[in-house]
Design a protein around this ligand. Sequence first.
Ligand code: 5GP
Length: 189
Amino acid sequence: MKTLKERILKDGRVLDGNILKVDSFINHQVDYKLMDDIGDEIHRRFLDCKVDKVLTIETSGIPAAYSVARKFDVPFVFAKKKVSGNIGDDLYSTEVFSYTKSCLYNVVVSKKYLTQGENVLVVDDFLANGQAALGMIDLVEQSGANVVGVVALIEKAFQDGGNILREKGYRLEALASIEKMDVEGIKIK
Ligand code: 5GP
């Protein structure tokens, strides 16, 4: 997606530990026009599919999930990060290893909001090693719903997540795919 790629090249900053900082337009301050375009683009890519719901993970996936859900005219749900082990029966729950914080945490979705047979599009801001996406897929599959596809606004293609998801047979769409990055610069495929 041209506008997203240009914005990453203009405003993205590379930090130690292979972290791309995009907090001036996605992760902290949010550019709503860019999010509108992102929603349009994801909608265009999945026009061939029936999408009943969009699932993301709090917090950074929420603006994009909202934008694409609006285009499909369906609800979006965000999986909540829950540190406590005290998880009730009315929740689907899974463990995710956080790439940025290097720790394991629980993510949960109320059983009310994922239903057997629904077609769910999974959306996240970044795809690195695929743990967040796999966690969301697990939540969808626990409910008996179907994963229509996985969308990463930014895939770091030099990490394993993309291959893991494709090998498992999930349809993956990345709006911008980073081939390599270091303090010298960012190379987008
Ligand atoms: P994964 O679970 O695929 O290893 O990592 C994806 C998750 O970690 C995303 O939900 C995102 O919040 C975070 N993440 C991974 N890489 C980056 C990065 O380079 N920059 C930022 N801002 N977040 C990242």
